[in-house]
Ligand binder design. Structure first.
Ligand code: FAD
Length: 664
């Protein structure tokens, strides 16, 4: 890597030149840099807004799951069978599913060998369990913090190799030339008050883009607060998005962000709502259920039916709870809490929970757990004390206070579109990890973490074999970059010179509230179209209306613009899906006036019908053309590619391999 200083429009900028820049220090980014180095490309560096930021480093769940090929026991499994499972989710390309399956064992064994504590038995078998959408027992876990362990162990590899990390740098624009990525513009947060405002250029042959999911779009989110994502700059550079409509949402606590699955629901807490000030407390679920036993069962089932799923609404299914929480918050403007201190009032007879009201599944579970007693917190302490400790360690005492909740965004199945080497349509730009739209409508739990390792390996393997060129000569790079740099520098200057009190947080909250209302788990064409129009208007007036209190906030202001661009492309995809006739599927409900109303007391907006499955064989591809001033969208519905069944005769593959024809 070389460092230089170059003038653009009279301002001197630092310029680093190298073969590959990896953006992001999540599980995907770290593995990409580490693998690339191992494969011989040592001219690599990582850039991150913060080494300890992002989803992998800061998230977890009861038993955070990693999905891979079966590696224990006597039940048969195969690469193709696992690919079938991934493919069956719908909207997923078969060749990508096959790669995810083929390399799952490799990615997993690497993590195990660098010290991620995945449990195995005395004979070395990595025992698995069954996760959602999983016909085998392919799931494993290193505990509640699997992804954190992954980043910690991978970070050690990076440090041992001496790979440079540009820490505290916020990527803001991808520089392109003739349809290929040639570099990056980032802000060094520590130098925003210098004449170059911290803007730093990276002249590189390849970018591995591992910026994670688009968390910054949502107000109610269980992504960690430090994760916002950076997809907007990729869209602006012309990268295509695929399956952007497909995300996962579920009930989570908001003060400390954590999924409320498993035992938290199985102990059947009270669901209450209050007005904004915390007054007028009500057990709001009661009024929608005539049969209170069904209500208690629906709460219980949320435990292992965590993500909102429109197939689980009818007949008082568990996803009705997500709808009622949304209705209370978004439609009625109230706050919603779970209370573990007392039993739901409707279940109390003679001062005790009447467990006879429960259906057999809930009753038997609690009976088998010896938990047919007491209050929710007492049952939780009996069945899963660590679940209480976790909140206590994060400043929330479930035995003394209510837990504020919302239906939150958790994961994006779609994202930037890549090929089987995770290269986007913008050549030399490789989105890996959650930012890549590997999945379609449904996916097995744990496959997101597998994907971080498989995609990053594939991109590194391809780059090491095919993209070894030096970066552009400095003069050529500066010539190609000066347009983008000039534009962004001018934008930053304008924002910095707008007088007044900073409105960056206020603007971000407004954008996020819009997406949570119109582009999360409850959708309608009208709402999505309105939200899209508002977002585009916000983008048009962005520079004029954004006030940064001081220069140190420039990067945050530009981040707002990235979120806005991301939101625009995602909302456009949602509008397209509904206009095409797409109905409720995955983890969202689409309002349909000819559909069924989940409960009579809900407004007509909640009428919905399930998708027929016709669109599962297609994937919607959306991209942005921002070159001509205004915004233009390109939309395409591409056919899903089947799982390849090519020539697997060993001698033939070996010959091709020796001739270097495979990694192409
Ligand atoms: C609550 C929760 C539970 C989950 N449970 C599971 C599970 O059990 N199993 C499973 O498989 N998956 C699970 N997931 C999903 C999984 O954790 C993520 O998909 C995965 O960790 C994403 O890894 P990543 O490396 O792609 O991105 P991240 O880990 O989010 O890393 C992104 C990196 O990019 C950096 N970055 C972003 N934008 C910029 C920018 N503009 N400039 C510089 N740096 C930038 C970030 O700071 C960060 O370092 C869960 C997610 C959540 C939120």
């Amino acid at each position: 890597m070389k460092k230089d200083k170059r003038l653009i429009n009279g301002i001197e900028f630092e310029v680093y030149s190298l073969n590959t820049l990896v953006i992001g220090t999540g599980a995907a980014g770290y593995n990409a840099a580490d693998t690339l180095y191992d494969l011989g490309q040592k001219d690599v560096a990582i850039l991150t807004e913060g080494i300890r930021m992002g989803t992998s480093r800061n998230t977890g769940s009861d038993k955070q799951t990693y999905y891979k090929l079966t590696l224990s026991g006597n039940t048969p499994d195969s690469v193709h069978e696992m690919a079938e499972t991934l493919f069956k989710g719908g909207g997923t390309h078969g060749d990508i599913a096959l790669v995810e399956a083929a390399l799952s064992a490799k990615g997993f064994y690497k993590l195990a060998s660098i010290g991620v504590p995945f449990p195995h038995n005395r004979y070395g078998e990595y025992i698995g369990y069954k996760t959602d959408h999983d016909p085998r027992e392919r799931a494993t876990s290193a505990g509640p913090l699997t992804s954190r362990f992954m980043t910690e162990k991978l970070e050690i590899q990076i440090n041992n190799k001496g790979i440079r990390i540009f820490d505290g740098f916020i990527a803001v624009a991808i520089i392109t030339k003739d349809g290929a990525a040639i570099g990056l513009l980032a802000v060094d947060a520590a130098r925003q008050e210098s004449p170059d405002m911290g803007f730093t250029l990276f002249n590189c042959t390849n970018i591995i883009f591992a910026t994670g999911g688009p968390a910054g779009m949502y107000l109610t989110s269980v992504y960690p607060p430090s994760q916002t994502g950076g997809s907007g700059m990729a869209f602006e550079a012309g990268a295509e998005g695929i399956n952007l409509t497909e995300s996962q949402y579920g009930i989570a606590s908001t003060k400390f962000r954590w999924n409320l699955s498993g035992t938290y629901q199985q102990v059947i807490p009270r669901y209450i709502s209050t007005d904004r000030e915390g007054n007028d407390e009500r057990e709001f679920l009661d009024e929608y259920f005539e049969d209170k036993g069904r209500m208690l069962d629906a709460i219980f089932l949320k435990g292992y039916q965590w993500p909102f799923d429109p197939r689980k609404i009818e007949n008082f299914g568990s996803s009705i709870i997500d709808i009622l929480v949304y209705n209370e918050m978004q439609i009625k403007g109230r706050r919603v809490f779970m209370d573990f201190m007392s039993n739901p009032a409707c279940a109390v007879r003679d001062g005790k929970f009447d467990f006879g009201m429960l259906g057999s599944e809930s009753y038997n579970y609690l009976k088998n757990s010896n938990a047919l007693f007491g209050s929710p917190i007492e049952r939780l302490a009996h069945m899963n004390q660590p679940a209480i400790d976790l909140y206590m360690n994060n400043g929330i005492d479930l035995s003394k206070e209510y837990l504020e909740i919302a239906v939150c965004a958790q994961h994006n199945n779609g994202g930037l579109r890549g090929n089987i080497w995770w290269e986007s349509n913008v050549r030399h730009l490789f989105p890996v990890g959650e930012v890549n739209g590997t999945f379609g409508v449904y996916r097995p739990g744990g496959s997101a973490l597998n994907s971080t390792q498989v995609g990053s390996f594939r991109a590194a393997q391809y780059i090491a074999a095919n993209c070894k060129d030096e970066p552009l000569a400095q003069d050529d790079f500066i010539k190609a970059a000066s347009g983008t740099v000039g534009k962004v520098f001018e934008r930053a200057g304008r924002i910095a010179s707008n007088h007044g009190k900073s409105n960056i947080i206020e603007k971000r909250l407004a954008m996020q509230a819009r997406m949570t209302k119109a582009g999360a788990h409850i959708r309608s064409l009208q709402e999505a179209e309105n939200a899209l129009a508002e977002s585009i208007a916000d983008l048009d007036s962005f520079e004029e209306k954004t006030v940064a209190g001081n220069r140190r906030e420039i990067a945050e202001a530009l981040r707002n613009r990235d979120i806005l661009l991301t939101q625009i492309v995602y909302l456009r995809a949602i509008c397209e899906y509904i206009r095409k006739g797409g109905k409720s599927r995955g983890s969202y409900l689409v309002s349909d006036e000819n559909g069924m109303l989940p409960l009579e007391k809900l407004s007509e907006d909640f009428r919905f019908s399930l998708d027929s499955g016709n669109l599962l064989k297609k994937a919607c591809v959306v991209s942005l053309d921002a070159t001509g001033g205004g915004l233009k969208f390109n939309i395409d519905w591409e056919d899903i590619r089947p799982i390849p069944t090519g020539d697997n005769w060993f001698e033939n593959v070996w010959n091709s391999y020796r001739r270097g024809e495979i990694v192409k």
